[in-house]
Design a binder for this molecule. Structure first.
Ligand code: ZN
Length: 169
C-alpha cells in the first residue's frame, strides 16, 4: 500500500482513455489499495480515478460520507467501481467541483441529479447501483477521468463559472 503522487493538469496522460480491467488480479487489487490510500491522504478528497496516478485502467473510488455535503445525503459510503458504466441518468444539478489533478481551480459544473451505474466490485462481482445528489456528481466526475475528460472540459463559461483558489483545502 502506498500514497502515490497525483498527476496534475496539463499532464497529457490525464487526457487519455483508460482500458477496461479484465479480471481483478492481485496487481489490480494493489492498484485499488494505493488509490484508497492516496484518496484518504488528500484533504477533502471524495473520489479518485486510476489515471490520476498514471494507471490507465478503468477503476475509480468514491467516498462522500466524510464530506460536509455528502454526509447529509444518502450515500453508499466507500465505493470501488471497476469498469463503471452509467446506464441511465436524469435531472440536473450545478455543483462546485474540485479535482486533485487541478489544485488551483474549482468550477460550477452541470451534472445529472441521479445516475444508474453498472460496475464490478473489488471481489469481481457485478454491481448495479443508483446514486443521487453529491455522490452522483462524484461518480460522474470520476467516470469522466476514465475517458480523459476533466471538469475544465465541462465549464460552460470560464468567465463566470471558473474560480481560482489558493490552497486545496
Ligand atoms: Zn478529478
Amino acid at each position: 500500500m502506498a500514497i502515490l503522487p497525483i498527476l496534475k493538469f496539463p499532464e497529457p496522460l490525464l487526457k487519455e482513455k483508460s482500458a477496461p480491467v479484465e479480471s481483478v488480479t492481485p496487481e489490480i487489487s494493489g492498484v485499488i489499495d494505493d488509490l484508497l490510500d492516496t484518496m484518504r491522504a488528500s484533504p477533502g478528497g471524495v473520489g479518485i480515478s486510476a489515471p490520476q496516478v498514471g494507471v490507465l485502467r478503468r477503476i475509480v473510488a468514491v467516498d462522500v460520507s466524510a464530506s460536509k455535503r455528502g454526509s447529509r445525503e444518502e450515500n453508499h459510503g466507500l465505493l470501488v467501481l471497476i469498469n463503471p458504466e452509467i446506464l441511465a441518468k436524469g435531472g440536473r444539478q450545478v455543483v462546485r467541483e474540485g479535482c486533485m489533478s487541478i489544485p488551483d481551480y474549482t468550477a460550477n459544473i452541470e451534472r445529472a441529479q441521479w445516475v444508474l451505474v453498472d460496475a464490478v466490485d473489488r471481489e469481481g462481482k457485478q454491481v448495479i447501483l443508483e446514486s443521487v445528489g453529491f455522490e452522483a456528481v462524484a461518480i460522474q466526475h470520476e467516470v469522466d477521468h476514465l475517458d480523459g475528460i476533466l471538469f475544465l472540459d465541462r465549464v460552460s463559461s470560464v468567465k463566470t463559472d471558473l474560480f481560482r483558489r489558493k490552497k486545496y483545502r
